[in-house]
Write a protein that binds this ligand. Sequence first.
Ligand SMILES: CC(C)(COP(=O)(O)OP(=O)(O)OC[C@H]1O[C@@H](n2cnc3c(N)ncnc32)[C@H](O)[C@@H]1OP(=O)(O)O)[C@@H](O)C(=O)NCCC(=O)NCCS
Length: 179
Amino acid sequence: MPAPTIAIAALDPASLGEATGRLAEILHACVHDGASVGFVLPFDIGEAHAYWRDRVAPPHAAGSRLVLIASLDDDIAGTAQLDLDSMPSKRHHAEVSKVLVDPPFRRAGVARALMAEIEGQARAADRWLLTLDTAGDAAEALYRSLGYEFAGAIPSYARDAFEDRYDATRLMYKDLRRG
Ligand SMILES: CC(C)(COP(=O)(O)OP(=O)(O)OC[C@H]1O[C@@H](n2cnc3c(N)ncnc32)[C@H](O)[C@@H]1OP(=O)(O)O)[C@@H](O)C(=O)NCCC(=O)NCCS
């Protein structure tokens, strides 16, 4: 059977509103699967909805945040964001965040496709320095495979989603001028 096609789209405010339910499900599933993406348990679906509604929709509507979705056979399988809200001295910079793939859809190239589009959108906006932070082995492997370089680690950066301990974050970057 041929592999399903991964379709990537940048959402406009109306389509973000329509997709919020599914995006909340994906965030909820990723956190419960152990992702360190800003939340700790208990984390219910209402808090996941609130994240998209209160923290993502306003900067997205203002044009300072891109939200991408990846669809497989018409089902949203993953998402990624690009924060363009840089200070005047950093207008060449953007921050990649919340690269989230629903667990049943992993290792099918969804995140790689999202990152290709993130980089394309960054180039189109003249943002050639991309930064991100990550705590997970899978995510670091993904970013390294795409040419992101390790810049350093910050110990005790974020509380673990499940346990009462503080984990390090690992800072990574990519200079798109180098390819
Ligand atoms: C990290 C994550 C986004 C990867 O998504 P994915 O769609 O499964 O990744 P892809 O299938 O596009 O993988 C691309 C490459 O990344 C690397 N990779 C991805 N998952 C990996 C894993 N579990 N172990 C090792 N390498 C991995 C591989 O090099 C892979 O290429 P390959 O499959 O040809 O070997 C996904 O596991 C996820 O959502 N994790 C939870 C959320 C998170 O931690 N996000 C990042 C923080 S912002």
